[in-house]
Design a protein around this ligand. Structure first.
Ligand SMILES: [Fe+2]
Length: 411
């Protein structure tokens, strides 16, 4: 007897789950146990921790909560690999994640295999609520794949031997394309995720906002333009900076984007290489992006302006992560990919926002303070993870992600 086909959107869920789980393992393949144990600074996590925490997420919210008789791989791991879920109890201190030489990388791989096998057995019989958590777990793991790459970049950048994570081709020297401006929509527009398809809770509900007359740059700010900003005293002119931004510049003795060296090279996942001047600038904070925009006689776009601008673009195109390999922003890309783009908008709830039910309600909502929205996708974002309504967020001083900007201005 023919079995009945599963209804959409669950078709494709299981292959996507196991492809996502495999990509994380592939990302870790070039690393030694020591590489995977280092935590370069408190906001970044060791590679090994990412491998284990994404596994804990499935073990806890899918297997423990929805599969009768599931046996945890190691009951003690919940304390080590819970990130920030208060409802899940006490956890190991975040700034000390790099102190964990045990479990070893191989033990963490065994933990992953244990959970993957249990998921494979359980999936065909899971109720819809659990399948939604599998979907959330896939998207969660994709977010950690990006963090994995940016955190290992920060780790390797600490080492004077300048080890490469992987190979990158040398840049082809394109000229920066001239800056063109796009007239934005004016009036009432809809932003946020509609009810079809996966989106994080913070992207909903879809709602109307008013856009005043404005223009938005057709491309992102490039390294060449950033070099001009530096040459013009950008990092030594306090009047260009927000007060908190200027404090950061002074405290960290900041003179360029993170990873730039004074000899025209930068540290990348491919080791030290020449700066590609036509590529979008990366590894700048919100404060730096804001100061640059002021220097350029422009401003950062609002989240709604950006989303309206990008609503007809295909978020699956552009320089994004397809396989486990070194990545770097490249010239000539589209709206999605290369670098996330800072906006001037705070990460705050949309009208009618309600967090997801249960412990996963802590996923986004509790971070709606002191964070700025970034839109788009980067070269480290797994392809098909992002969309126009996506709301990435980081504190304004954060620089270790692939973060850049696009200018906007009133019109
Ligand atoms: Fe997480």
């Amino acid at each position: 007897m023919a079995t009945q086909a599963r209804p959409q959107p669950l078709d494709g869920l299981f292959p996507r789950l196991f492809a996502t789980r495999k990509l994380t393992l592939d990302l870790a393949a070039p690393l030694s146990d020591a590489d995977a144990t280092i935590q370069p600074f408190p906001d970044a996590s060791p590679a090994k921790w990412h491998l284990a925490h994404t596994t804990w997420f499935f073990e806890t919210f899918v297997l423990r909560d929805h599969v009768a008789g599931y046996q945890a791989f190691d009951e003690r791991f919940a304390y080590l690999f819970n990130s920030y879920y208060e409802a899940e109890g006490a956890r190991y201190e975040r700034p000390k994640r790099g102190m964990l030489s045990r479990p070893s990388l191989d033990e963490v791989r065994a933990y992953r295999a244990h959970v993957d096998e249990a998921l494979e057995r359980a999936l065909p019989g899971l109720p819809p609520a659990a399948l939604e958590l599998v979907e959330l777990g896939i998207n969660h793991e994709q977010q950690h794949q990006e963090l994995f790459l940016t955190d290992i970049l920060a780790t390797l950048a600490e080492n004077p031997l300048e080890p490469a994570y992987g190979e990158l081709p040398q840049p082809v020297c394109f000229a920066t394309e001239p800056l063109a401006w796009h007239r934005g929509r004016e009036g009432i527009v809809e932003i946020g995720a509609r009810d079809d398809g996966f989106a994080f809770d913070a992207e909903r509900p879809c709602h109307r906002v008013f856009l005043a007359g404005h223009e938005i740059a057709a491309r992102k700010v490039t390294n060449q333009e950033w070099r001009e900003f530096i040459a013009d005293g950008g990092y030594s002119t306090p009047t260009l900076w927000l007060s908190n931004g200027w404090a950061c510049v002074q405290q960290e003795k900041m003179t360029s984007p993170l990873y730039w060296r004074e000899d025209g090279t930068q540290f990348t996942l491919g080791g030290r290489r020449a700066i590609d001047w036509a590529a979008p600038v990366a590894h700048v904070s919100f404060f730096e992006a804001d100061a640059f925009a002021r220097w350029a006689g422009a401003r950062l776009p609002t989240e709604a302006e950006w989303e309206s601008f990008a609503s007809s673009a295909d978020p699956h195109l552009g320089n994004q992560l397809d396989a486990a390999a070194a990545v770097v922003p490249r010239p000539g890309g589209g709206i999605f990919g290369d670098v996330w783009e800072w906006t001037q908008s705070a990460f705050s709830p949309y009208p009618g926002f309600g967090p997801a039910e249960g412990a996963v309600g802590e996923y986004n909502g509790k971070f709606m303070s002191g964070q700025l929205i970034l839109k788009g996708a980067s070269c480290a974002t797994p392809r098909a993870h992002s969309r126009a309504s996506y709301r990435n967020f980081f504190p304004p001083h954060a620089r270790w992600q692939f973060t850049g900007l696009r200018l906007a201005r009133d019109a």
